[in-house]
Design a protein around this ligand. Structure first.
Ligand SMILES: [Zn+2]
Length: 439
């Protein structure tokens, strides 16, 4: 048998267990899970000693295009994703102008087709003006779902009141993803703080109740309308314990940052670089996030890659923008957590491949099976490396994990049968495509 690509001798993480076997790929799809030694291919990768995972996905990134090419574009962001072992990313709509109308969706589709290195999906932002069009907009090619900013946004993307939120839920049927911090409580509490206070106040302003109250309001409306809700970047013990009783209607995302950093230490060490929304919280919440990974209440782990100019991040608190880079470091961080015994490689695949495919509706992604897309992340679980700012390919050029030593590293990124990254080198040209979702 002749294949386009054979990955041989790898320890393959299949849905039914881990096996050392050879994978044969033809025309971007998995053709065989039992390649014979007599078979040949245009390209053969010897994955001896490596794990072959279904292509890992980051369902929450902000690539700033259109808007600010000095900070990030679809080209640079997806190159960073490929460097970091990701085969698929979903881009958020708070660009300038926002991705909320048909014209901007078409623009993004074309831009992604021309410049993306990996599989690309993107959200449509819900506004009061586009609510009645959402059921049409959500089915345009490449659209992974609806993003709702119920708190913490500006301009037309902010939809904070119950009636408008309920209206959004009543149009369409695809996944609706929420930034759920309660805007009213955020605004009331902001008056308690002032410019120049220590960065750690970020988590006191945006306290546990901001997050928990927002999540309770959304889930109540989701129950009322019957429209499932995906709660983005869940951070508190209160939310994670409460959501256990709503798994029939709620799916849950936790970020790599909240599984890796702890307050107040992170604010003392990183200053404004540690500022993000929802904030990094203390050890009680960090432990709760890990319990959610262990007990299954968490469905997805993402980066919320939100790059900013390092000079803007150096400004005093309340003036410095919220968000950190993360798309390139998410897989190394999570592999390090696997090596430190916090989760299994199987659970990582569940959180970053199988569950995204299930929740967003990608019928041929997220698992290594015959007939599925040939998206793979090859990882070396024994390699020790230091994450450094100069490794970061995003124009913003920094990471909150600068100088961190990790064990476990992505050594190849394969997108629909094409090698996009191997041994820390980008290969070929940007040839990614829009992701197809269930109607
Ligand atoms: Zn975000």
């Amino acid at each position: 048998m002749h294949y386009d690509l054979i990955i041989k001798n790898g320890n393959c993480v299949l849905p039914w267990g881990q096996y050392e076997t050879g994978i044969g790929v033809i025309k971007g799809r998995i053709q065989s899970l039992s390649v014979q030694s007599s078979d040949d291919a245009e390209k053969i990768i010897d994955a001896k000693g490596l794990y072959v995972l279904p292509g890992l996905m980051d369902c929450h990134v902000h690539f700033r295009e259109p808007g600010n090419a000095m900070i990030e574009t679809i080209e640079t962001g997806t190159r960073a994703a490929a460097m970091g072992g990701l085969t698929t990313v979903f881009d958020m709509p708070n660009t300038n102008p926002p991705t909320a109308e048909k014209e901007m969706i078409i623009w993004k589709q074309e831009r992604a087709r021309e410049t993306s290195w990996v599989n690309f999906g993107f959200y449509v932002g819900a506004t009061r003006e586009n609510t009645q069009n959402l059921s049409k907009l959500e089915t345009m090619r490449g659209v992974c779902g609806i993003k709702v900013y119920a708190g913490s946004s500006t301009g037309s993307l902010m939809v904070e009141d119950d009636q408008s939120l309920e209206n959004i839920m009543r149009y369409g049927h695809r996944r609706v993803c929420y930034h759920a911090e309660d805007e009213y409580r955020l605004q009331t509490r902001k008056k308690l703080f002032c410019e120049g206070m220590p960065y750690e106040n970020h988590r006191l302003w945006r306290d546990e109740e901001c997050a928990f109250l927002g999540t309770r309001r959304i889930i109540k409306l989701a129950r009322k309308t019957g429209r499932p809700a995906h709660i983005l970047h869940t951070t508190t013990q209160e939310e994670l314990e409460w959501l256990v009783d709503y798994k029939d209607i709620a799916t849950v995302e936790v970020l790599g940052n909240h599984l890796t950093q702890i307050a107040p230490e992170c604010y003392e060490r990183l200053g404004g670089l540690a500022v993000m929304n929802p904030p990094i919280r203390d050890k009680r919440h960090y432990d709760a996030c890990w319990r959610g990974i262990e007990n299954g209440v968490v469905d997805i782990v993402s980066s919320d890659h939100a790059p900013h100019d390092p000079e803007a991040k150096a400004k005093p608190w309340l003036c410095c923008p919220s968000g950190m880079l993360g798309v390139q470091t998410l897989v190394p961080l999570m592999l390090n957590h696997v090596n430190e015994g916090r989760l299994s490689l199987g659970r990582l695949v569940d959180l970053m491949a199988s569950n995204p495919a299930r929740i967003y509706g990608m019928p041929t992604k997220g698992r290594i099976q015959v007939g599925y897309d040939a998206d793979f992340t090859l990882v070396d679980m024994k390699t020790n490396r230091r994450i450094t700012n100069d490794w970061i390919v995003s124009p913003a050029g920094w990471t909150p994990y600068d100088q961190m030593e990790v064990t476990g590293w992505p050594v190849a990124t394969i997108v629909k049968g094409k090698i996009v990254m191997q041994d820390n080198e980008i290969c070929g040209k940007p040839d990614g495509d829009l992701v197809d979702f269930l109607p």
